[in-house]
Design a protein around this ligand. Structure first.
Ligand code: TZP
Ligand code: MG
Length: 234
C-alpha cells in the first residue's frame, strides 16, 4: 500500500476529560471537527484501560475512515496495532521510535514529541514521519509539560532541522487557538515549509461548535501568506 501522504494542516488531538469535553460525546465532537476540515486526528486517552481504549479507537477509526483522515494513537503502540489504525504519536518517555517502527512497519505514520534541538535531530535521524514541537504556550490541557518553548524555541528547532538537512514535517502544539494561530505561524516562519500545521486540543474539543472552530482554524492556517511575502513585508 505504501505510506499515505498526510496533510498536517489542522491536527486534532482528543481529550475526553470533563474539563475539556464536558458531557459531549467524543465521537460526535470528532465527527463535527472532521466536517469542519480537521486533516488528521490523534486519540489521546491518558486514563482509559486497555479494553476501553481499544473500543474507543475502533469506533473512532470508523468515523475517521469515512472522511479519509488518518487516525493515530497517543503512546500506545499496542492499541494502534490491535485496531489497525494509521500510526502512533510517541513522547520522549514512551517506546523508542525504532522499536515502534519495528512493531508497526514501514507504512505506519509515527510522530514524536520534541521540545529541544537534540530531541528533534534524533527523531529526524531515526526516521520519524513528523515531529510535534512543543509545548509552545503554557496550557491547562497539559500541566505536566516539561518545557514551554515559545515561538522563539519553535523557530530555533525548525532552523536546526533545516540546517541539518532534514525535511521532516512538523506541527506545533500547546496553547494555540484562533487568536494566536497566525502569530505563531508568522513568528516561526523559515524559508522552508517545515512547519506544516498546528495541533490543538481545547480550541476544537471545548469549542461551542467544534465544526465552526475547525473551519475557522483551517482557514487561518491555510490562509497564511507565503513565507516570502512575510519577508518582503517586514
Ligand atoms: N502536548 C503538549 S501541549 C499539549 C500536548 C498534548 C496539550 C495542548 O492542548 P491545547 O488545549 O491545544 O493547549
Ligand atoms: Mg506520550
Amino acid at each position: 500500500m505504501g505510506k499515505p501522504t498526510v496533510d498536517y494542516a489542522l491536527y486534532l488531538v482528543t481529550d475526553s476529560t470533563p474539563a475539556i469535553l464536558g458531557n459531549k460525546s467524543l465521537f460526535h465532537v470528532v465527527e463535527e471537527a472532521l466536517k469542519g476540515g480537521v486533516t488528521i486526528v490523534q486519540l489521546r486517552e491518558k486514563t482509559a484501560d486497555t479494553g476501553a481504549f481499544i473500543e474507543t479507537a475502533r469506533k473512532l477509526l470508523e468515523i475517521t475512515r469515512k472522511y479519509g483522515v488518518p487516525l493515530l494513537i497517543n503512546d500506545r503502540i499496542d492499541v494502534a496495532f490491535a485496531v489497525g489504525c494509521d500510526g502512533v504519536h510517541i513522547g520522549q518517555d514512551d517506546m523508542e521510535l525504532s522499536a515502534a517502527r519495528k512493531l508497526l512497519g514501514p507504512d505506519a505514520i509515527i510522530g514524536v514529541t520534541v521540545n529541544n534541538v537534540a530531541q528533534a535531530l534524533k527523531a529526524c535521524e531515526g526516521g520519524a514521519d513528523y515531529l510535534g514541537i512543543g509545548t509552545v504556550y503554557a496550557t491547562p490541557t497539559k500541566t505536566n509539560t516539561k518545557e514551554i518553548i515559545g515561538a522563539a524555541g519553535l523557530r530555533n528547532i525548525l532552523h536546526a532541522i533545516d540546517e541539518a538537512g532534514y525535511d521532516t514535517p512538523s506541527v506545533c502544539i500547546g496553547g494555540i487557538n484562533e487568536t494566536n494561530i497566525q502569530r505563531i505561524l508568522y513568528q516561526s516562519r523559515i524559508d522552508k515549509n517545515l512547519l506544516q500545521g498546528v495541533a490543538l486540543v481545547s480550541a476544537i474539543i471545548a469549542a461551542p461548535s467544534p465544526r465552526d472552530a475547525a473551519e475557522n482554524l483551517l482557514k487561518l492556517v491555510k490562509g497564511r501568506p507565503p513565507f516570502k511575502l512575510y519577508e518582503a513585508n517586514r
